[in-house]
Design a protein around this ligand. Structure first.
Ligand code: DHB
Ligand code: FE
Length: 283
C-alpha cells in the first residue's frame, strides 16, 4: 500500500532557483527567504519519500498555448529540464515513476476526472524550483522520483478551486489504492499573491495570503468556495496559482500537523511562502 507521508506548499518564483544556481542565497536580499526554509528542509531530509507527486503549472515553456489541458499527468520515465530562454537550470534530470503515473491516470479517469497525459515533457521552473526548495543540494540525483501533475492556471477558464480540491481528494484515494509499498509526498506549488503584468503589476495582498496560509490547514473547504475571480481579485492574475495548493491539501487527510511555515515579501514580484504538513489521522 502506498501512503502520503507529507505535503509541501511552496512558491515557485524562478529567481529563487536562480539564486541557488548562482550561489546568491547568502546575499542580503535572499538570506531571509532561505533562512525561513531551513527548518522545513531539515525535517524533509529526515522524511525522504520514494516519490513526489508535484502539482504545478507550466508557464507556456513546454506546453504550447494552442493546447492547454485543464489537468494532466506526466507518465514518462524521465523529464527534461526546460530551457526558459537562459539555458537549462544546472539541476539533475527528473526521474519519473511511470507505474504510479499510469495507476493515477487510470484511477482518476475511473473517478470521473478526465486527465490528459504527457508521455514526453520538459518541466519548467514551476516544478524544478519547488524541487530545489525541498532539496537544495541534490548532487547528481534528486532524492526521489517525480510524478508531475499539471493544472491550467494561466489561460481562462482555469479550473475552480473546488474542482482542484476534489482532484486532490481523488489523487489521495488513488495513491492509497496503489498496490506497491511507496511513501509519497505531495507538493502544491505557486503563489502566493503576485501579478506580473498590467495595471496592478506588483500586487501583494498579505492579508489574503495570511488568511489562506491559516485556512489551508483546517478550513480548505472555505478556500474551495472562492471563485477564480475571487483569487485573481485578491491575489492577482498569477496569484490564482494558489488553487494548486488545494490539490495538495485534498490529497492529505483531514487531520494534519503543521511542521513549519514561512512567509516572505518580496521574492522578485511575489509573496513567497512555504507551508509543510505531516499527514495524520485517517483518510
Ligand atoms: C515570478 C513568479 C512566478 O510565479 C512565475 O511563474 C514567474 C515569475 C516572479 O515573481 O518573478
Ligand atoms: Fe508561476
Amino acid at each position: 500500500m502506498a501512503e502520503v507521508i507529507w505535503g509541501l506548499a511552496t512558491s515557485h518564483v524562478p529567481s529563487i532557483g536562480a539564486a541557488m544556481d548562482n550561489h546568491k542565497t547568502g546575499d542580503p536580499y535572499w538570506k531571509p527567504l532561505f533562512d525561513g526554509y531551513a527548518p522545513a528542509r531539515e525535517w524533509m531530509a529526515e522524511h525522504t519519500p520514494d516519490v513526489a507527486v508535484i502539482v504545478y503549472n507550466d508557464h507556456a515553456n513546454a506546453v504550447d498555448l494552442d493546447l492547454v489541458p485543464t489537468f494532466a499527468i506526466g507518465t514518462a520515465p524521465h523529464y527534461g529540464v526546460a530551457d526558459e530562454g537562459w539555458g537549462r537550470r544546472p539541476v539533475p534530470p527528473v526521474v519519473g515513476a511511470p507505474e504510479l503515473s499510469a495507476h493515477l491516470v487510470r484511477e482518476l479517469v475511473d473517478d470521473e476526472f478526465d486527465i490528459a497525459t504527457f508521455h514526453e515533457l520538459d518541466v519548467d521552473h514551476g516544478l524544478t524550483v519547488p524541487l530545489s526548495v525541498y532539496c537544495p543540494e541534490p548532487g547528481d540525483a534528486w532524492p526521489c522520483a517525480v510524478v508531475p501533475v499539471l493544472v491550467n492556471v494561466i489561460q481562462h477558464p482555469q479550473p475552480t478551486a473546488s474542482r482542484c480540491y476534489r482532484l486532490g481528494e481523488a489523487i489521495g484515494r488513488a495513491i492509497r489504492s496503489y498496490p506497491g509499498d511507496l511513501k509519497v509526498a505531495v507538493f502544491g506549488t505557486g503563489g502566493m499573491s503576485h501579478q506580473l503584468a498590467g495595471g496592478r503589476a506588483g500586487l501583494i495582498n498579505a492579508e489574503f495570503d495570511r488568511m489562506f496560509l491559516t485556512a489551508i490547514e483546517h478550513e480548505p473547504e472555505k478556500l474551495a468556495t472562492l471563485t477564480r475571480e475571487d483569487y485573481i481579485r485578491e491575489a492577482g492574475t498569477e496569484g490564482i496559482e494558489l488553487i494548486m495548493w488545494l490539490v495538495m491539501r485534498g490529497a492529505l487527510n483531514p487531520e494534519i500537523t503543521r511542521i513549519h511555515e514561512t512567509y516572505h515579501v518580496p521574492a522578485s514580484n511575489t509573496a513567497a511562502a512555504l507551508a509543510l504538513f505531516e499527514n495524520g489521522g485517517q483518510a
